[in-house]
Design a protein around this ligand. Structure first.
Ligand code: BDR
Ligand code: CA
Length: 332
């Protein structure tokens, strides 16, 4: 099958960086652009990191467009404890030679979808602010895109920022709500694929995986970037979560977006709590199937998402290590 034209919308962070590398290393992907959004760090830092990661991967030619600096209707508070002050842990790649695009993130997303209707796969691994703004600009985006997947949410389990909410949705719940609303009632194949904590917490990268990935060229710019970023992320997981390894949230979203057979997807309706002291950012999914319920509670019947509840985690990890290791080897 021909590679699919793909845009990654990222808040480059450690696992976003690994997601970009996985996309570059995947034969199913023709990476035509990356758009940055605030989240793990500021949007300016996310743009800088995205350019640096792509350059280290040998893809300094990919258009990188800057997006939203703040969530819809609230302030942005970066949380450096997870990804480090500058988002790439203890890696400090040199600034890329390439400059950000003169287009905005919204223009890149909407422009690409209009240029190649029905072809472009959009994968969001940060807060959904850019995607919500793109949908305001082009309400037909769900039909113009070839597919949309996101890392976000916690559907049959709790969150990671609060007991209820996952980070990407918690940062901008209004954007997430807007996105799910626009996709409501779309054909099954066009519904967003939601790769949430239910599955991403099963994709754990451990020290031997990291050694295998960097093994071919540990002292190359790409090898050093991956080691410095990922080891910091692993230290966070060890110290704060008590896990021997880090979770590959964002790479798993890319992997499932390009190969749905890795996941068990359930078509359902998702609503986002946009306020509530302890529930803001919660993704409420109709997994018990109350659609069609006779109770007058206002729950709409249309599906608006395909939620990943199962994952072939081992297969994904093998694929991840093999692909990113080959990229490191090629860049040695
Ligand atoms: C998500 O939050 C960020 O810290 C990660 O990059 C990922 O996108 C996981 O909740
Ligand atoms: Ca992210």
């Amino acid at each position: 099958m021909a590679p699919r034209p793909t845009i990654l919308d990222v808040d480059t962070g450690v696992d976003d960086a690994l997601a970009l590398l996985y996309a570059v290393a995947s034969p199913e992907v023709e990476l035509i652009g990356a758009t940055s959004v605030m989240g793990n760090i500021t949007v300016e830092q996310a743009t800088e990191n995205t350019l640096a990661v792509l350059e280290a991967a040998g893809r300094g030619d990919v258009e990188v467009a800057q997006g939203a600096a703040r969530p819809l209707g609230r302030d942005h508070v970066p949380f450096p404890v997870v990804h480090g002050e500058r988002g790439l842990g203890r890696a400090a790649p040199p600034p890329a030679a390439a400059k950000p695009s003169t287009r905005s993130a919204v223009d890149l997303i909407v422009g690409s979808a209009r240029e190649r209707p029905g072809e472009v796969l959009l994968i969001a691994t940060g807060p959904l602010t850019n995607v919500a703004l793109a949908l305001r600009e082009e309400p037909h985006l769900p039909d113009l895109l070839g597919g949309f997947a996101l890392m976000g949410g916690a559907f049959a389990r709790g969150g990671n920022v609060t007991p209820a909410a996952e980070a990407n949705i918690w940062i901008d719940p209004l954007a997430a709500e807007e996105v799910f609303t626009v996709f409501s009632g779309a054909d099954d194949a066009r519904l967003p694929i939601c790769v949430g904590l239910d599955v991403t917490e099963r994709a754990v990268m451990r020290r031997p995986d990291l050694d295998a990935v960097c093994g071919p060229a540990p002292d190359s710019p790409l090898g050093r970037l991956i080691e410095g970023a990922t080891s910091f992320y692993m230290d966070f997981y060890a110290a704060v979560v008590g896990e021997d390894g880090c979770r590959l949230h964002d790479p798993l979203a890319v992997a499932i977006a390009i190969d749905e057979s890795l996941a068990g997807l359930v078509t359902t309706r998702v609503e986002v709590e946009t306020d509530g002291r302890w529930t803001m950012g919660e993704t409420v999914a109709d997994l018990a199937g109350v659609r069609g319920s006779p109770w007058p509670v206002g729950w709409e019947p249309e599906a608006n998402a395909r939620v990943a509840l199962e994952v072939a985690a081992e297969e994904f990890m093998e694929r991840f290590v093999e692909r990113v290791r080959s990229l490191v080897e090629a860049r040695a």
